[in-house]
Design a protein around this ligand. Structure first.
Ligand code: T46
Length: 133
């Protein structure tokens, strides 16, 4: 699988840096924004796929690892910069782990929150996408 990486323009001057995300910087229209912070050591979050929801993940502070799994191939990416992110399409199983102390993972989503959109069981995920074990 090829993870789609996104690079954002940095606006900087002697006072510091700023990244602005506009519709043209993103693969979809944002419907929801949330962020994960204060994640405890040795915790693995996510462990689900979405049926419809596409997302962009940006670690705006600190770092974390993201495992993406399309049921056939798995890939791990390190997010450690506020000027880059990854596109996580609906249908990819995701796990987030090894959060550095104080890490903040920003998530932009193209769907409102709907628990019915989650597949939280790995076998069910494979079955939903008709993937042979
Ligand atoms: C994802 C990864 C990257 C809400 O009430 N509204 C929301 O918009 C979200 C995202 C969550 N919640 C509630 C549902 C749970 O009671 O917040 C609680 C924690 O959610 P969850 O255990 O799903 O969190 P993560 O970190 O495992 O996964 C989250 C997103 O849920 C998910 O969409 O792809 O981040």
């Amino acid at each position: 699988m090829d993870i789609e990486r996104l690079k954002f323009e940095i606006n900087g001057d002697e006072r510091g840096l700023l990244v602005a995300l506009e519709r043209s910087s993103l693969p979809f229209e944002i419907q929801r924004v949330f962020y994960l912070y204060d994640t405890q050591p040795n915790v693995r979050r996510g462990k689900h796929a979405h049926k419809k929801c596409n997302q962009v993940l940006i670690c705006v502070s600190g770092s974390c690892k993201i495992l993406l799994d399309d049921g056939i191939k798995k890939e791990v990416v390190v997010l450690d910069s506020p000027d880059s992110g990854i596109f996580v399409p609906a249908g990819d199983w995701r796990e987030m782990y090894e959060f550095s102390p104080g890490a903040v993972l920003l998530v932009l989503a193209d769907q409102p929150y709907d628990e019915g959109d989650y597949i939280r069981d790995y076998d069910e995920f494979l079955k939903y996408y008709s993937i042979e074990k």
